[in-house]
Design a protein around this ligand. Structure first.
Ligand SMILES: C[S@@+](CC[C@H](N)C(=O)[O-])C[C@H]1O[C@@H](n2cnc3c(N)ncnc32)[C@H](O)[C@@H]1O
Length: 255
């Protein structure tokens, strides 16, 4: 049974206040997004020339704009906060909306894409399997989903320290977790806890298979230059990245 904190706010609403602080932190030279996450995400996307991309939970849309400058076409970004870059390049449409049900965002109705991204945004889906199935239905043939999520161990380590409990107790706890964000310590986010098997089972239930999984780390040079970031990763591990493809029509019963 999941324990609910009645005072906890819907995390997607919190993002309307948090997004400017997040983007400011992400833009720092030593942010883990700049040093580790975006380079690894970009690497897995490969050559995007002529590819259409849908970025769900796109933040300010800066990553999508970069992909279009690298050759992507007819691309769209959706974010609940609506705090977008001022002048997106031609070929990028940024729209306010809920990623939980992409087909219900009017501008996306009937459209399909070559790449669909959930970069640190999948945790905000109301029903994760429903959202993944809906995203899968919007993929063109030979398309894939790139999905990143914080290592669940990270939250378990934090909660064990805070509550004086053990890693295992917290990792397997089903209670929601409310924590002050490092981007703005006046704001708290409440997350459903999850384990690795929760994630893998969600992919399976949505009819997706994992082509590649990556646990990106700092390069040796960046670790030397930013030892505080290496210390953080040594404790909290970082993020997981999954490249997900639809199971073949042989497994059409998943649809
Ligand atoms: C950690 S940020 C990641 C932003 C961006 N994808 C990146 O990699 O930098 C999470 C993003 O998810 C967005 N978000 C949260 N709930 C959402 C929802 N229900 N629908 C759409 N976007 C949402 C937030 O506004 C925020 O921009």
């Amino acid at each position: 049974m999941t324990a609910r904190d009645p005072s906890a706010r819907n995390p997607s609403q919190v993002w309307q206040e948090l997004s400017a602080d997040y983007e400011q932190a992400r833009a720092r030279e030593d942010s883990l997004d700049r040093l580790v996450e975006w380079p690894a995400q970009r690497d897995l996307l490969g050559d995007v020339t002529g590819r259409s991309i849908l970025d769900l939970g796109c933040g300010n849309g800066g990553k999508l704009a970069e992909l279009v400058r690298d050759g992507a076409v007819a691309s769209a970004g959706v974010d609940i906060a609506g705090n977008f870059i001022a002048a997106p390049p031609a070929g990028v449409e940024l729209m306010r909306g809920d990623l939980s049900d992409p087909e219900s965002v009017p501008e996306l109705s009937g459209r399909t894409f070559d790449r669909i991204l959930f970069l640190q945004s999948f945790g905000y889906a109301k029903d994760p399997v429903h959202t993944l199935r809906a995203a899968r239905a919007k993929l063109n043939p030979d398309g894939f989903i790139l999905l990143t999520r914080t290592q669940p161990i990270r939250y378990a380590v934090e909660r064990a320290e805070k509550n004086g409990t053990t890693l295992g107790e917290e990792y397997f706890s089903r209670a929601d977790y409310t924590y002050r964000t490092s981007w703005n310590d006046h704001l708290a986010l409440t997350k459903r806890t999850y384990t690795m098997s929760d994630l893998l089972n969600a992919f399976s239930a949505a009819g997706l298979w994992i082509e590649t999984a990556v646990e990106p780390q700092l390069t040796e040079e960046d670790a030397r230059r930013h030892p505080h970031k290496q210390a953080w990763l040594n404790k909290y591990l970082g993020i997981l990245i999954f490249k997900l493809r639809p199971l073949s029509s042989r497994f059409a019963s998943f649809q």
